[in-house]
Ligand binder design. Sequence first.
Ligand code: SER
Length: 342
Amino acid sequence: MSETIRKPAVLVTGANGEMGHGLIDALAEIGNYSIIALDVRPIDESMKPKCSDVIVGDILETRLLERMQSEYEVHSIYHLAALLSTRAEFTPEAAHRVNVEGTLNLLKLAIEQSRWHGQPVKFMFPSSIAVYGLPSKEVKKKAGKVKESDWNYPATMYGVNKLYCEHLGRYYEKHYRQLASDNAGSGVDFRSIRFPGLISAVTVPSGGTSDYAPEMLHAAAQGKAYSCFVREDVRIPFMAMPDAITALLKLHDAPKNNLSTNVYNIGSFSPSAGRIFEIVKKEFPNAEIRFSPDDKRQAIVDTWPEDVDDSVARNDWDWRPEFDEARAFNEYLIPVIRKRYA
Ligand code: SER
């Protein structure tokens, strides 16, 4: 009965954000999906034709989630909604509500959904290099490429929230109702990727701490002056947005038997801020970029690793980035950004 009334669908939260845009474009292009886009802000007009339904609402509103429960048959959830690391520091409790309670609400939705249609619900959760917390620049330098289990001592509310939600997802998948006599499990199939800083040619992020790289590039392409809030020598991993989207889709489609863990690092290139400056300056020689580090935001970036060891993802689901540093800038970022601001 439920199959005939409710529509089978993929739910994307945070649909209007940077990743949401890229993901919905990709899902719409693949074409097999009924996409329900959910965001707290009105969704861009350009996205609407790609979605079967567009909902403006807050993931903390239980009534909204109940309504969704009755209207849709959800098989996959891409839970992208979050308050990023810089913004979260200004309102840590609000960030906790959105990032943790919001995730819990969606996990509950996934359990209910799975109960109704009888199949696992894939729960795709973007985590972040912010879950790492290196205690000093020296240790960061020495640590080099960190493994998933290394240095899980986040120094931001956002990192704390992401790390906890990784565990929450694993708990719901593996241990939910472990003492119940019917112990039927939750039906949640939780899959998470710890993303590096992401750089998109079409959108600019807001509220993150890795934002200096995309901000520098987008400012230069528009001929706007930019003052970079970290030191030239600081290094963290970055990735071109198309690779991030490919990774999400690839992990979503990977056979469960191949997955040895719930949470994966993925990496692609790891330039210093000075290196990004060099590349941007070469392409846009008139760019007015200066470095004026903000000690506090700099301190956050200093706790994030220089690079990540992504060998488990490479092994389990054949992860490999298509865009290394040269391809990311030469074949994606620079040409697309030039066109965008032409
Ligand atoms: N890019 C994010 C941020 O800066 C980290 O996941 O908050």
